[in-house]
Design a protein around this ligand. Structure first.
Ligand code: PNW
Length: 492
């Protein structure tokens, strides 16, 4: 991976596009307004406020349901070429099913999409970002195979309502988080703890739901709208604890488990589960006394249904983890995603990796390039769009850590593109503005814009990193000064 590096290489390839992202539950608020029904996150935060670190919730969040014009203005201030946001399923389909389409929900997204397009900003729409209608959860949610068709019905509504203007789609955001992260750890909505079983059911049905929704678009909408559809995967990079054979193998197994289990069925030439994971999970399951593997098998038909259901790879990257074998008597904690729970392994941090404000977040920019190269090595050449990347801080407008994080991670993309020949065509910062950061509530900040959550208008103010990011976008290059210290908001 070593290669020459010179300043003239600091420009982004022509056509490389920049954006920023948000998600419905994290920004919209208006949880019971405009005909929206209850979803699993509403239920989770209301049932017991102590589930959220600072006792906050997403009832109002950034109030984007009312402040969407300001959101568009911010996207414009930054010079974004695209804005990634998600649709709230229970805002569009209050029953969860397509029998009732909520006009007010439809109007909200139409306004947002049209407003962005008027400013020349492309909407990139995530159909599902973790906020399941409670009505569907009551029927088993992601552990019920019928969810595949419920999701496809919902995707059809989304394509039908917005497909004439939305050309880039993400079906589902980070299934590893709402499958492994929920069922293996008993945290996060819908708070169903089902270790050894639930996550794998959810894994299977989420991939089938994506695949069927991709095929629906491909067959019925692509011929007239010419857009593209993918699944967004959270790609945590795993580094071996030391250079022993045992740990090198374990790190690769962890990659196959956490990333491959959600990517191999779709992107690999062979299709189906990653073979190494299929083997390990069958062994573990039989040893535990199950009659067969907890990882549900695919039929040949299902393998073919999923294989190749992508137009690009939507990749979210934040962090790298160190992984080692558990020692005698050491218990694996489901922390932080529960994704390695069946590998008898322990997650650690390398001493020289700084920690961000989120408890799970270690900073290791090289992991980003390694992850990109791993994907090419596993699945071959494909277009990759970075659909999330960013860092959490405790707050403040002078966010040097965020500037440094963006600088270092964008540099790794340039290296991957220019030195390693990866086809990365776009980059999306997480996130446009501070928002409801799930279990961490409002206390942990990821925003390019600061949001004043004590202000009824939820006033948004650009951070130093917002100016830095807009300078990168306008110069289409990293060859700009990075010292924005002492930056004060002058745009107000
Ligand atoms: C993503 N990890 O979640 C989500 O897509 C966003 O909604 C979220 O706000 C953002 O990243 C920041 O947390 C992640 O354990 C969840 O490595 C877990 C991890 C990474 C990202």
């Amino acid at each position: 991976l070593a290669g020459a590096w010179s300043t003239q290489d600091l420009s982004f390839p022509p056509g490389f596009i920049f954006g920023a992202a948000t998600a419905s539950y994290q920004v919209e608020g208006a949880w019971n307004e405009g005909g929206k029904s209850e979803n699993t996150w509403d239920r989770y935060v209301h049932e017991d406020p102590t589930r959220i670190k600072d006792l906050t919730n997403g009832d109002v969040a950034c109030d984007s349901y009312h402040q969407w014009k300001r959101d568009i203005e911010m996207a414009e201030e930054l010079g974004l070429q695209f804005y990634r946001f998600s649709l709230s399923w229970s805002r569009i389909l209050p029953s969860g099913f397509p029998n009732i389409i909520n006009e007010e929900g439809k109007n909200y997204y139409n306004n947002l999409i049209d407003g962005l397009l008027e400013k020349g900003i492309q909407p990139m729409v995530t159909i599902y970002h973790w906020d399941l209608p409670q009505s569907l959860q009551n029927l088993g949610g992601w552990a019920n195979p019928l969810i595949v068709d419920w999701f496809v019905d919902y995707a059809r509504v989304a394509y039908t309502l917005f497909g004439d203007r939305v050309k880039v789609w993400i079906t589902i955001n980070e299934p590893v988080v709402f499958c492994d992260g929920v069922y293996n750890s008993g945290r996060f909505a819908p708070l169903i703890y089902s270790p050894e079983v639930g996550a794998y059911l959810c894994n299977k049905y989420a991939l089938l739901a994506h695949a069927k929704a991709w095929r629906l678009y491909d067959q019925e909408f692509k011929p007239k709208y010419h857009g593209k559809v993918s699944l967004a995967n959270q790609m945590v990079w795993f580094e071996p604890y030391d250079s022993t054979e045992e740990h090198i193998e374990l790190a690769e197994l962890a990659r196959q488990n956490s990333n491959g289990r959600y990517a191999h069925p779709i992107y690999s030439k062979a299709g189906g589960w990653p073979p190494s994971i299929e083997k390990v999970l069958e062994e573990v399951s039989l040893k535990r006394g199950y009659s067969k593997s907890s990882l549900p098998a695919f039929t040949q038909e299902e393998i073919e249904l999923m294989r190749g259901t992508y137009d690009y790879f939507a990749m979210n990257y934040y962090t790298t983890r160190l992984i080692r074998k558990a020692r005698e008597g050491e218990q694996f904690t489901a922390w932080p995603l529960g994704d390695c729970i069946d590998l008898n392994a322990i997650i650690e941090k390398r001493e020289d990796w700084p920690t961000a404000e989120s408890y799970w977040f270690y900073v290791f920019p090289e992991g980003f390039r390694r992850q990109l190269n791993w994907m090419k090595q596993q699945y071959g050449d494909m277009e990759i769009i970075i659909t999330e990347n960013g860092i959490s801080t405790a707050g403040g407008l002078d966010d040097q850590e965020r500037i440094q994080y963006y600088r270092d991670h964008l540099e790794q993309i340039l290296l991957a593109v220019k030195e390693d020949g990866l086809n990365v065509t776009g980059y999306c910062a997480w996130t446009l503005m501070d928002n409801f950061e799930w279990g961490d509530g409002l206390a942990v900040k990821f925003g390019l814009y600061e949001v004043d959550f004590s202000d009824p208008m939820r006033k948004r103010t650009p951070r130093a990193s917002a100016r830095y990011y807009s300078d990168i976008i306008s110069s289409h290059s990293l060859d700009i000064p990075i010292d924005y210290s002492g930056y004060k908001d002058t745009k107000k």
